[in-house]
Write a protein that binds this ligand. Structure first.
Ligand code: FAD
Length: 409
């Protein structure tokens, strides 16, 4: 591991940016993390536009990247509040019209993926950064510009009391040796890098929106086991396949489930016309759900939670000279059907620093990283797209021919 004094500026304090900051700090860099939003650990913060699904599936890629960070406390803290999911549980009606559930294990050796709270994971990484003397996390700062030849960046100070004479928020200038752009799918770091690098860029919105629902925890009877809190098996990722749609549920540590409805935009639009039809729609396509989520709650969630798009982004290269590298969703946002977006982003960091450690020239290392990583990023983006068919249709193949089922619809 090299230990040179350099200033690393990380854009974005999401899971990938915070892990990047830990890796850089462990190598002795002076690290500054700039985050657009305020600190979500502060109870007085009202999370504006906190629109990403509450629960995530954490798997080997992500776990290994955190393991290799050199800060074992992080993983220990995160694991203290995860739930192993040993397989998927498929819900539906059989040919006789009876409700069934079928467990399909993920791994013949019994290994699991883990349900983790997005906020809890992010907070554990931020708490770890607080322990590192060479890291500053600067909230409410939005990257607005960068010159990657001069190694300079500009940030708008959100909510600053000192306005410029144009009436806009104050702006600050920051120097850096290397910028790590981890600012998500709509990355400003990537946007500014494009003005310097000859970047190939491709983005696609799929015709599916997603929205969140909630299965509440059940009260535990006196003397009962903690597992009684879960209305359905806690150790599965639950799927109600619906040909063109899909409803999933991921367990939370408190006994509830975070659920996501994935559906074409035209179906969302039809139900938006008359949301009272939502329970009927669920009964027709996701049998059994309305006994877990009361019809009034289904309608309320449909009305109150946003209906959000899904984007797939591929680009290359992921770097420019020795000045910037983009990682996580900024480099390869993908649809969530493979449960690998964050996991692959965390893996970016492990691989990036492994390569940086190997090459004395940062420019050479970034070029090697970009060349190597883009292949894997493109493949996992494609797999994520393909897995939507698997999850919403092929999982029922023991009961139907999935292909026939799709053709009939
Ligand atoms: P983000 O999490 O987007 O973080 C980027 C950060 O940058 C944010 O904090 C943002 O405020 C900040 N920022 C943005 N712009 C600026 C700026 N100009 N200046 C400063 N800061 C800025 N992945 C999995 O691995 N498993 C799953 O089960 C899974 N499920 C998902 C379910 C859904 C419905 C969705 C939508 C995604 C899912 N993902 C999953 C994907 C996962 O959410 C992302 O891959 C992950 O959040 C990417 O992390 P990131 O740190 O790269 O970006």
């Amino acid at each position: 591991m090299t230990s040179q004094k350099q200033k690393t500026v990380v854009i974005g304090a999401g899971p990938v940016g915070t892990l990047a900051a830990i890796y850089a700090a462990q190598r002795g860099h002076d690290v500054e993390v700039y985050e657009l939003r305020s600190d979500l650990r502060d109870p007085s913060t009202v999370p504006l536009n906190f629109t990403k699904s509450i629960n995530l599936a954490l798997s080997e890629r992500g776990i290994n990247a955190m393991k290799q960070s050199g800060r074992p406390d992080v993983l220990e803290k995160i694991f203290s509040e995860t739930i192993p999911m040993k397989g998927r549980m498929i819900h539906g009606k059989d040919l006789q019209g009876e409700l069934y559930e079928q467990s399909q294990v993920y791994d013949v050796h019994g290994r699991s993926i883990y349900a983790v709270d997005r906020g809890g994971l992010n907070n554990a990484l931020l708490d770890e950064l607080d322990k590192l003397p060479n890291v500053k996390v600067i909230f409410n700062h939005k990257l607005t510009g960068a010159d990657f030849k001069k190694h300079k960046a500009w940030f708008e100070v959100i909510g600053s009391t000192t306005m410029t004479n144009t009436g806009r928020n104050k702006e600050i200038e920051v120097d850096f040796d290397i910028m790590v752009g981890a600012d998500g799918a709509h990355s400003a770091a990537r946007y500014h890098m494009m003005k310097f690098a000859r970047m190939d860029y491709q983005q696609e919105y799929i015709d599916t929106l997603w929205s969140e629902f909630h299965i509440a925890a059940k009260p535990v009877k006196s003397g009962g086991s903690e597992d009684e809190r879960f209305a359905i098996s806690p150790n599965h990722l639950h799927i109600w396949p619906g040909k063109d749609f899909m409803f999933i549920a991921i367990p939370s540590f408190d006994g509830s489930f975070t659920c996501t409805l994935f559906m074409p935009s035209s179906n969302f639009a039809a139900l938006e016309e008359d949301p009272t039809e939502v329970p009927k729609f669920f009964d027709a396509h996701f049998p059994g759900v309305s006994s877990l989520i009361p019809p009034a709650d289904l309608i309320a969630s449909f009305n109150e939670n946003p209906h959000l798009p899904l984007i797939n982004i591929k680009c290359q290269p992921h770097h420019y000279t020795d000045s910037i590298v983009i990682v996580g969703d900024a480099a390869h946002a993908m649809v969530p059907f493979y449960g690998q977006g964050m996991n692959a982003g965390l893996e970016d960091i492990r691989i990036l620093f492994e390569i940086l450690d190997k090459y004395p020239s940062r420019a050479e290392a970034l070029a090697k990283y970009s060349e190597y990583r883009k292949e894997d990023a493109h493949v996992i983006n494609d797999l994520a797209l393909q897995n939507y068919v698997e999850m919403r249709a092929s999982v029922v193949s023991p009961f139907y021919s999935a292909r026939k089922w799709l053709e009939e619809s």
